[in-house]
Design a protein around this ligand. Structure first.
Ligand SMILES: [Zn+2]
Length: 345
């Protein structure tokens, strides 16, 4: 099969579009999916650069998100059959620890993610536990079905499970444009929240408004915490989505109303920022960290996608063999929404 693989960790030039060995089922509970599309995530870049702290056998196929058609199933598989169109839950635990047996695989010390400890989706085929294959929400194309699982699952856990976002609340989303930020915007608007977004790009702020954002703040021109306070009559927002960290962290705390919730799943601008403990206790703030989510949260999300008719925002499509160009766009932060690889038959 054709795949995009790395033989070494490093820069974009380590990505090779080449022939890889055909996949075989390694367990009676696995399925093989012929992929039609794969979506990019920052984890692909961390794995490519070798920054995850996880030793992986090389050569390795990147890619955590994908969608396609089931072409082979193990003897014990009952939930899918050949010919089913499926999207993929990207993570899987050991199945035995205290977290896995209570549907919290995302906390498993043996957690495996597609494209990280498992061979990924930048390929014509992927093998994975059949229980990670789910029917595609009816309105979505293969490209859209590949674009939503990782980021929307992460956002669902952050906004719905952890922050318990309610209709009518005010949300601030930092760094609009990335997959998590644009998914947060879509979910928050669908829930009926009032949404502020920040960016250094006026063009991205304008695009966010076209997707329903109520206010855009260019953080290069003004202090977003002060602006949010001014726009909310000094009250502040109920929820901040800050996957940026760095210099933004203290401002995110300052933008929150009393009892506000800050959710985070990343620190692209720095993981060891200055903080403000006094503000956290004095204002009764809650800080939630999370990565991805549970099967039950994925089930809730699929149901929500079906009923809300949300379609994930696609930034740009690339053919599989141009994965390097696609990753370059992600690394340069030029995207608004998800970058997707199309995989031809
Ligand atoms: Zn486990």
């Amino acid at each position: 099969m054709k795949a995009v693989r790395i033989h070494d960790h490093g820069g974009i030039d380590t990505l090779r579009y080449e022939e890889a060995e055909q996949l075989k089922l390694t367990s009676p509970t696995e399925a093989i999916v012929q992929l039609k599309a794969a979506a990019l995530n920052h984890i692909d870049i961390w794995v490519r650069r070798g920054l995850t702290g996880i030793e992986i056998p090389l050569p390795h196929i990147l890619g955590a998100d994908g969608a396609g058609i089931v072409v082979e199933v193990g003897k014990e598989v009952r939930n899918v059959k050949n010919g089913d169109a499926v999207c993929l839950l990207p993570l899987s635990g050991c199945g035995r620890c205290e977290f896995c047996i209570t549907d919290r695989d995302f906390m498993c010390v043996h957690l495996r993610v597609l494209g990280e400890r498992m061979k990924g989706t930048y390929a014509e085929y992927v093998a994975l536990p059949s229980q990670n294959c789910f029917p595609i929400p009816p309105q979505l194309s293969f490209e859209e079905a590949a674009a939503f699982p990782l980021v929307f699952l992460t956002v669902w856990r952050m906004l719905i499970t952890n922050a318990e976002l309610k209709p009518g609340e005010h949300v601030l989303i930092l760094g609009i444009g990335g997959g998590v930020a644009t998914a947060s915007l879509q979910v928050a608007k669908q829930i009926g929240a009032h949404v502020f977004v920040t960016s250094s790009s006026d063009e991205k702020l304008e695009m966010a408004k076209n997707w329903g954002a109520d206010h855009g703040i260019n953080y290069r021109r003004s202090d977003f915490a002060k602006e949010v306070r001014a726009l909310t009559g000094k009250r502040g927002v109920d929820v901040v989505v800050d996957c940026v960290g760095g210099d933004s962290w203290v401002k995110s705390l300052a933008a929150l109303a009393k009892g506000g919730r800050l959710v985070t799943c990343g620190a692209t601008a720095g993981a060891n920022p200055q903080t403000d403990i006094q503000r956290i206790f004095w204002n009764h703030l809650k800080v939630f960290g999370s990565t991805m989510g549970s099967r039950e949260e994925f089930r809730q999300l699929l149901s929500f996608m079906g009923i809300s008719r949300i379609r994930p925002i696609i930034d740009q499509l690339f053919p599989l063999k141009e994965a390097a160009g696609a990753q370059r766009r992600l690394e340069e932060g030029k995207q608004f929404g998800k970058i997707v690889l199309q995989i031809a038959d």
